[in-house]
Write a protein that binds this ligand. Structure first.
Ligand SMILES: [Cu+2]
Length: 264
């Protein structure tokens, strides 16, 4: 009908375009500094997805470009196009290729999620309380220690954040850790992170939660374990009873294993 397609040339053009786009896209540091054990795994996953997306984009562009160039109407040609009843080979190809890509992406993502959420032997539990428009934190200790607006954690130890919202949905995000998890009123959600670089970072709310959302931030300090223990030991405040109740209430509707030593 249209003669044979120049398949080899189209494949070559697709590969070349994929490579060109990938080189540019992978040279950009999209996510910034990596400061948790999860970060390199998540960044690798993103890079693989970028290359796969570049491939799909290139394939579509090459085929579209070829069709535009090859089947352009001659000047003065006002006739209708040929009726087409389908093309089995093409339909099999455009079903199979995306299926393989999606299944691969699902499997790879599953593996990464499984690895980064694997519980460690000796995690530290930290309760996170979010409310319009502030963060506060509860630490295991006599009566549960409490601090507002500043999160301290030890380096190279797994932290299990148990998150409780007091009003609307907020979202816990430290960009350098890559981890992001919603805080949902009425249930306890968990985020697992192992920070692996000492430093000061920022906790950012990433769920539009009201008028002051953009200002809903907290300082994050990752420090050597000894310094962290000293800091935690010096905390004077205990968790306010309203927040303690939110732990119990949240935990009843969505049980989680532990509240940390000395929990309510
Ligand atoms: Cu918010």
């Amino acid at each position: 009908m249209y003669g044979r397609l120049p398949i080899a040339k189209m494949i070559a053009a697709t590969v070349a375009l994929t490579a060109a786009i990938s080189v540019v896209m992978l040279s950009i540091n999209w996510d910034g500094q990596e400061a948790s054990t999860a970060a390199p795994k998540i960044d690798d996953l993103l890079n693989v997805m970028i290359v796969l997306s570049a491939f799909v984009f290139s394939l579509v562009m090459v085929m579209l470009g070829y069709a535009l160039w090859k089947f352009k109407a001659k000047p003065g040609d006002e006739s209708d196009g040929e009726p087409i009843h389908g093309n089995t080979r093409l339909e099999v190809a455009w079903t199979l290729i995306p299926t393989v890509i999606v299944l691969f992406a699902a499997g790879y993502s599953w593996k990464v999620l499984d690895e980064i959420e694997k519980p460690a032997k000796d995690p530290l539990t930290v309760d996170v309380f979010s409310q319009q428009y502030a963060w506060s934190f509860g630490y295991p200790g006599k009566g549960l220690k409490y601090v507002q607006g500043e999160l301290h954690v030890p380096v190279n130890r797994q932290i299990q954040f148990k998150m409780h919202s007091q009003d609307v949905i907020h979202s816990f995000w430290v960009p350098e850790w890559r981890i992001k998890k919603d805080n949902v009123p009425g249930i306890t959600t968990t985020a697992i992170v192992t920070p692996d670089k000492v430093g000061t970072y920022q906790l950012i709310c990433t769920e539009l939660c009201g008028f002051g959302h953009a200002t809903m931030r907290a300082k994050v300090v990752v420090q050597p374990e000894a310094q962290f223990l000293k800091w935690a030991h010096e905390l004077k405040d205990h968790i306010p009873s309203a927040l303690k109740e939110s732990i119990i209430r949240d935990t009843e509707t969505n049980p989680v294993e532990s509240l940390g030593a000395g929990g309510a």
